[in-house]
Design a protein around this ligand. Structure first.
Ligand SMILES: [Zn+2]
Length: 384
């Protein structure tokens, strides 16, 4: 048995003084813990919180300025990258990640590697290959498909491989040269076919969408989460709230590009577009807050200048965009768990998986506290 003693526990249920006892992979007591456990960590004056859940990462990408250059690398090299990224994410206190697009079975295999103890890392859920129209966004690492029957087949291929979520592209990219708003790609009928295929297996769906038309197509099709939603308008927000569609903002993706800027070799047109998109994005947060859209944390880690080691910065950005620290915590714990279909993570409570971080400050007072966990416990073992 492992006991974290003397800390305040902080999760979606609030802050309370409590020792946390862990046996095997599970939290077995929160409150009073036995006096002589096998291992004890003195966490007096610190805060024990749930490990973070990132609902949108790319394990094979390493934050390079042009991610498509990764196609020049072998799949083996990408797998090594995934292993390094998993380590970085875990070190940052991220204990669950959802990969939303990698070639072949790379991310699905990463999930098995962690599950069987081959690799140390966060629990991985994965979509396999993302479904995109021919020549559509991310086609260089996706599964191209056009028309309802073909899209259904593409989704079923991913499900056969064991996908935990089916991911698709409902619009183009926001930074593609010549385009800004992310015009619709897979249409509503194709998206509906994809949702039908996934729903039959009770598997959630995720759609990349920037522009309002594509967002609405995805929501009407019954997609579980809209990723990015950079140009969400009021109508889209209301529709999402009504349907219970999650928003995964990935604020870090946009900020990575803006912060790095042209000095880092990003083309000037791309930086300019990212700045325009960031303005629209602030409105998206306002619409989402007003309408009551459910939000799950996701970063798109792996995209340019958006590193797996910095995932907790997303909570800071969400707070900068106007969410309360409590709401940001919920987005990165219980709400992300709900989106992913997990009922054993996101809280510090008896019977839950012992995926925990020990923080030096209360993250509800100082959201930056998430960024430098003093300790990380995953599946009951102390990672560091
Ligand atoms: Zn992505």
């Amino acid at each position: 048995m492992l006991v974290l003693r003397g800390a305040d526990v902080v999760d979606v249920d609030g802050v309370r003084q409590a020792d946390v006892a862990v046996e095997g992979e599970e939290i077995v007591a929160v409150g009073d813990a036995p006096d002589d456990p096998d291992e004890e960590i003195d966490a007096t004056g610190q805060y024990v919180a749930p490990g973070l859940i990132d609902a949108h990462v790319h394990l094979m990408m390493d934050g390079r300025p042009d991610p498509s250059s990764a196609t020049d690398e072998s799949e083996t090299m990408l797998a090594y990258r995934a292993a390094a990224n998993l380590e970085d994410a875990l070190d940052a206190g991220v204990t669950t990640v959802r990969d939303l697009g990698a070639p072949s079975t790379l991310a699905l295999d990463a999930a098995d590697a962690v599950e069987t103890g081959v690799l140390e890392g966060p629990r991985v859920l994965a979509c396999g290959e993302n479904v995109t129209m021919t020549g559509g966004h991310g086609h260089w690492f996706g599964r191209e498909a056009d028309g309802q029957a073909a899209v259904k087949q593409a989704a079923r291929e991913q499900l056969k491989r064991g996908a935990d979520v089916v991911k698709c592209m409902a619009t183009g990219g926001v930074l593609t040269e010549g385009a800004l708003t992310g015009a619709p790609e897979l249409d509503e009928a194709e998206l509906t076919a994809l949702v039908d295929a996934a729903s039959a297996k009770r598997v959630p769906t995720a759609a990349h969408a920037h522009g309002a038309a594509g967002i609405k197509n995805a929501v009407r099709a019954g997609i579980s989460s809209v990723e990015h939603a950079t140009f969400m308008d009021r109508e889209a927000a209301e529709l999402m709230a009504e349907e219970g569609t999650y928003w995964v903002p990935t604020a870090k993706a946009l900020h990575g590009i803006i912060e790095a800027g042209t000095d880092a070799g990003i083309p000037a047109w791309a930086v300019e577009k990212a700045e325009e998109a960031a303005e629209a994005f602030a409105d998206s947060f306002e619409h989402a807050r007003d309408a009551g859209v459910p939000i799950a944390m996701g970063t798109d880690a792996g995209t340019p200048f958006n590193f797996h080691a910095d995932i907790p910065e997303e909570l800071q950005l969400m707070v900068e965009y106007g969410l309360s620290p409590e709401r940001a915590l919920a987005a990165a714990t219980v709400d992300a768990a709900d989106l992913l279909g997990l009922d054993d993570v996101g809280r510090v409570t008896e019977g839950y998986r012992a995926d925990l971080v020990v923080l030096d400050a209360n993250p509800l007072d100082d959201v930056a506290a998430w960024g430098s966990p003093a300790r990380v416990v995953v599946r009951g073992s102390v990672y560091r």
